[in-house]
Design a protein around this ligand. Structure first.
Ligand SMILES: [Cu+2]
Length: 292
């Protein structure tokens, strides 16, 4: 947008005291600046970029998008409340300065104002609660028939991923099983030895989480979501990936000496590529008589 900067100075220069000129300038430009800021905010909100996500990683699942929207909504609500509170503080500082020793008019026991003080925070909490509960129900939903099931086992200090729908006959586990090594940065290329978790785009993927020892937590950063992996307490969640992704997943619950090395490779790939990969894993593990 190109703003004509010469207009205000020529208009502002036409007579009047300096104060009157400043007031005229402010009257002319403040509404325009407010509209420009509102348009900028509204249009910037349409696209998902690092600024409008307010620090959240770019989402790669339907559920993660809901998390980001919730986060943005919380910021908008916080800003709205902040602007009102700051506005009231600044107004009090400017317009209600101490001018004499006269005690100002007191409002205690003023029932309408006290009801307002009580009701407004309840409404604010109610709105936040409503959206939080709605989104949490969506994110925690476990539809009956997921397309792909992954059983995740966390242990000190690595992960095991099993695909019970894809059998590997005559093997120890009887199904496609991905194991790997704990990360060791001293060994070049060691990241290629990490266990692999591969899931398809556009299909519902159920994760069943268990631990064999202590509490771990499962975290794929752009899922915008973490879930604890607890011994004797199976946890579950389901996502629908929406975008390709290759990266590193983490344990995000301090679980012991090598917690920070408890990494895994994540590949979110098109469904056809996933089918090919899982068939290759089945063939390979069947030939080897079990997991490699
Ligand atoms: Cu851990």
């Amino acid at each position: 947008m190109s703003l004509n900067r010469s207009a205000p100075s020529s208009a502002g220069g036409s007579g009047g005291t300096p104060l009157a000129r400043r007031v005229r300038l402010a009257r002319r430009w403040l509404p325009r600046a407010a509209v420009a800021a509102a348009v900028l905010l509204a249009t910037a909100g349409c696209q998902s970029n690092a600024f409008t996500r307010m620090g959240m990683p770019a989402p790669i699942t339907k559920q993660a998008k809901v998390v980001v929207t919730m986060w943005q909504g919380s910021w908008i609500a916080a800003w709205a409340v902040g602007i009102v509170v700051w506005g009231a503080i600044i107004a009090a500082v400017i317009f209600f300065r101490k001018r004499s020793d006269r005690v100002p008019h007191q409002v205690r026991y003023n029932l309408p104002i006290e009801i307002l003080y009580t009701v407004v925070p309840f409404i604010m909490i109610g709105v936040l609660f409503f959206f939080t509960a709605r989104d949490e129900n969506y994110i925690d939903a476990l539809p009956a028939h997921p397309d792909v099931v992954v059983n995740v086992t966390g242990f000190q200090w690595s992960w095991e991923f099993q695909y019970p729908q894809y059998k590997v006959p005559k093997s120890e586990y009887g199904e496609v099983t991905e194991l790997g090594q704990m990360w060791n940065g001293d060994i070049p290329g060691n990241e290629n030895q990490l266990p692999v978790l591969e899931v398809p785009i556009g299909e519902t993927v159920r994760f069943n989480l268990t631990s064999t020892d202590v509490i771990h937590a499962f975290w794929i950063v752009p899922f915008d979501f973490k879930r604890d992996v607890i011994p004797d307490h199976p946890n579950h969640f389901e996502v629908t990936p929406t975008a390709a992704y290759t990266g590193i997943g983490h344990c995000t619950e301090l679980c012991g000496l090598y917690h920070s090395r408890m990494l895994f490779r994540v590949k979110v790939v098109p469904a056809a590529q996933f089918k090919k990969w899982i068939a290759a894993q089945q063939a390979q593990q069947t030939a080897a008589g079990g997991v490699q």
